[in-house]
Ligand binder design. Structure first.
Ligand code: TYM
Length: 338
């Protein structure tokens, strides 16, 4: 098992437990992860250290971290095949994050779109962690020698910065890090808000955001209210510029059913938004139902979840420690006596 894994390429990704998981995180990232489990050696992390760049309620952060682990498993990530762990349990992330800070330029960090967005939204708390967030993310990725990083489109810039940092470090000290590539799905990479299809779906607009744990009634209601378009045409046609609302719903429908845009257009030919919106809602309800039910079942067994994150942290740390030792040696730290 171990030898077989050694020869596989490595995937690393993570999600912040700063809000309940939603359809964007599921279709943009997790659904893709499940499909990759057999082919790659995968590390999937609950990035709680990233979450505290924005102020969190401690009890809620703890609850959501364990909930998120249950959701990873409920989505189909087998904990035997995938290393599932909580970031703060593997202190090598923070250590390498610090080191990488010293190989990352102020200008590079200043250009990050997520930093600009989050600083605008949290003007009263633009802390150092928010600024250096991408170097911690680079550490998450580089510690495990990731070849690919399966993420939604909004994280591409961070993965590109990770590449630049890895290349810079390798140029100074010789081959140390694997240079990773973003792995972005063809559909589902950017799910938009149902009530404002020009901004991405996120927890900050709950009316336009479908959460994995929403009840079928809530999901149906959110899709019925989804903004389509004010054009008079009212037909189902994929035209993201002219009809962003319809394009978003088609993207969602395509991601959950596997149907192409042509097939969707044919299916709804002659039918209006009144038929299309509930059909998308029903497809999402059916896609999320087994995940929600399995999550609820798993949450009832806290001891099992603890075993999984303990085992995951042990496995992750084995690899992380090896990388950090190599890095420490390269940069001139005295070898750790323990
Ligand atoms: P986060 O927690 O914001 O989002 C988790 C994942 O979900 C994707 N995503 C979306 N995809 C499509 N449409 C949306 N509306 C949508 N919203 C979120 C994100 O692209 C992401 O893949 N910095 C990362 C977390 C992170 C990470 C890492 C990722 C920390 N360390 C190491 C990969 C590798 C973040 O904030 O994602």
């Amino acid at each position: 098992m171990e030898n077989q894994n050694e020869s596989k390429k490595v995937m690393v990704s993570g999600i912040q437990p700063s809000g309940d998981l939603h359809l964007g995180s599921y279709l943009g990232a997790m659904k893709n992860w499940v499909a990759l489990s057999d082919e790659y050696q995968c590390y999937y992390c609950i990035v709680d250290e990233h979450s505290i760049t924005v102020r969190q309620n401690p009890a809620e952060l703890r609850r959501r971290s364990v909930l998120q682990l249950a959701q990873y498993i409920a989505c189909g990530l087998d904990p035997q095949k995938n290393t599932l762990f909580i970031q703060s349990h593997v202190h090598e992330h923070a250590e390498l994050g610090w080191i990488l800070n010293c190989y990352t330029m102020f200008g590079e960090l200043s250009r990050m779109t997520q930093f600009k967005d989050k600083s605008a939204k949290n003007a009263e708390n633009i802390n150092g962690g928010l600024f250096t967030y991408p170097t911690l993310m680079a550490a998450d990725i580089l510690l495990y020698g990731a070849h690919f990083v399966p993420v939604g489109a909004d994280q591409k810039q961070h993965v590109e910065l990770t590449r630049d940092i890895a290349i810079r470090f390798n140029n100074i000290y010789g081959d140390t890090f694997v240079v990773p590539e973003p792995y972005i799905p063809k559909v589902g990479a950017r799910i938009m808000c149902l009530s404002n299809p020009t901004s991405k779906m996120s927890k900050s607009d709950p009316a336009g955001c479908v959460f994995i744990m929403d009840s079928p009634d809530e999901i149906a209601r959110k899709f019925k209210r989804a903004i389509t378009d004010s054009d008079t045409e009212r037909c189902i046609r994929y035209a993201p510029e002219e009809k962003p609302g319809v394009a978003n719903l088609m993207n969602i429908y395509s991601s959950v059913t596997g149907k192409t845009y042509e097939e969707i257009e044919a299916e709804f030919e002659g039918k209006g938004y009144g038929a299309f919106k509930p059909a998308v809602g029903d497809a999402v309800i059916e896609a999320l139902r087994p995940i929600r039910e399995e999550t609820e079942r798993l949450l009832a067994d806290k001891a099992y979840l603890k075993d999984i994150y303990t085992e995951g942290a042990t496995r992750a740390q084995y690899t992380a420690r090896r990388t950090l030792r190599k890095v420490a040696k390269r940069i001139g730290f005295v070898e750790k006596p323990f």
